[in-house]
Design a protein around this ligand. Sequence first.
Ligand code: CMC
Length: 380
Amino acid sequence: MSEKKAAGGLQGVVAGQSAISTVGVGGIGLNYRGYDINDLAYKCNFEEVTYLLLKGHLPNQQQLDELRTLISQKRQIPCKLKQILETLPKESHPMDIMRTVASLVGILEPETKPGQEYEISIRLISLFGPALLYWYHYSNSGIKINENTGKDSIAENFLKLYHLKSEIDPLVVKTFDVSLILYAEHDFAASTFAARVTVSTLSDFYSGITTAIGTLRGPLHGGANEAAMQYLEPLRSIQQADQFLNSRYQSKQLIMGFGHRVYKKEDPRSPIIKDFSLQLSKTANGDPTLLAVSQHIEKRMIEEKKIYPNLDFYSASAYKQCGVPTPMFTAIFVISRMTGWGGHLIEQRSNNKLMRPVSDYTGPAKKQFVPIEMRNKANL
Ligand code: CMC
């Protein structure tokens, strides 16, 4: 059997079949289960998209109400998990907390029988935010938050628990909710592919999710939203933005939040999150300078490098204006992508085949074995 040589980074390699989303599929844009991302972002909420990705169709009102009730129950943090979260250092990175939470829930509430994927997905989607914020408030100020905020959406619950407020500006809630919809699913992105590889060995669901969180963390993938905010934060004028870009160009360093493996022009999610980030910049708590700087960098990158912003670039300014701290940006991506990961693991298991590719061997030709007593540098 002859094997085709793979491009570096598996670029352009079709690694399997999936019926969940279209990314860069000719002419039809980004769809989740057939629905255009613009319709989902502007006309739906994250809970409807969660149902769509996990169950395969949009919910009716009764199904959505049932899901909201389930989410409100499943956000309860187990006592043992609280005790462990209280011991974790405040210097921990939020992504370490997320990976640890997935792993700990896998111990406290293990997957014991087939067919639990939906229930476990909803458990993690509901629990990730409260657990992260329990650790955050406890480790920073000793406060033990009450994670139960009734039938609030995932977005409202997160924002209320972070800000410790009972009311959040509706535009902030909508922006956060839209970001969750945009981050929810993206075909065989590195983290999703990694999770599918893990469960293809018949490993458990939680191991797949733990794999995915570790893979998402890197700045070439999910960590790009945090990395983008890190360079945007100190830029308080167009002149400073120019200096930053010029020095990056000169040193040939990457500009995080730009470029994409599949989209070589516009990332269809970018104009949507930019729209909300711009709307926030015009409010009392907005940061118009951050938006002016971001738009200037975008303009120069497109004109001079022909590289377009991806979802992470304007998510950075959107989250900043929602008042969320930069190290939590990628952790929010986890809450959202949990829906896509869940859908993919269900799909993988429905027609499983061990994922085990081969490499193009570039090592030495066969060598004569040398017993240890006869080895020296010369004959190795
Ligand atoms: N800044 C500067 N140059 C770039 C960038 C960038 N952000 N992205 C690509 N390029 C250049 C790259 O250096 C290369 O130049 P040359 O041909 O001279 O060597 C050319 O564009 C082609 O890039 P590539 O590395 O072959 O493209 P890729 O498909 O392997 O990389 C990418 C895709 C996302 C890894 C890359 O664009 C990148 O590193 N971007 C910055 C990190 C980032 O924003 N990641 C988030 C990706 S989208 C959301 C997600 O997955 O979570």
